[in-house]
Design a binder for this molecule. Structure first.
Ligand code: MG
Length: 172
């Protein structure tokens, strides 16, 4: 059985993952409307990944005899002034998510809940990847500046991104 403290923290994280999904879906819809189908595709895959993160936590809570509580998902922004602004917002958001994961990790250690700590290891690595990817796209968009052809080419590249089921779900 999982402790009430850890259960509350994981339920809060499930909500944060769904909020992330909703944020990236809003970004996808924004860039779809702006005629940037490749960037929209990239964010649609982020949307799916975030739903998968929520599902991993839900499965975990169930496996420990806990109770999933699905709360209200707060509103998300709807527009971004440029692709660069959206990826900067993505990085800032992922840094917040990293801090949330680290906080649950610290709580799991304080509560001697080593099963939860172990489960979080995948998320710790995933956050490194999320931040690195966003930083990389920010760097490239800064280089691109207002070069329309270069932005078109990046959009084409991001159109090729495909969704892969995250390993904790694929192996479930
Ligand atoms: Mg996530």
């Amino acid at each position: 059985m999982i402790s009430p403290k850890i259960q509350d923290a994981i339920n809060a994280q499930i909500n944060a993952e769904f909020w992330s999904a909703y944020l990236y879906l809003a970004m996808a819809m924004h860039f779809e409307a702006e005629g940037r189908g490749g960037i929209a595709n990239w964010f649609k895959i982020q949307f799916k990944e975030e739903q998968a993160h929520a599902e991993i936590f839900m499965n975990y809570l169930n496996s420990r005899g806990g109770r999933v509580v699905l709360g209200t998902i707060d509103e998300v922004p709807q527009t971004w002034e440029s692709p660069l602004a959206a990826f900067e917002a993505t990085l800032a958001h992922e840094e917040k998510v990293t801090a949330l994961i680290n906080n649950i990790y610290a709580l799991a250690e304080a509560e001697h809940d080593y099963a939860t700590r172990g489960k979080l290891d995948w998320f710790v690595s995933e956050q490194v990847e999320e931040e690195e990817t966003a930083k990389n796209l920010i760097d490239r968009l800064k280089l691109i500046g207002d070069n329309g052809l270069a932005l078109y080419m990046l959009d084409q590249e991001l159109a090729a991104r495909v969704y892969n089921v995250p390993s904790p779900l694929a192996n479930a």
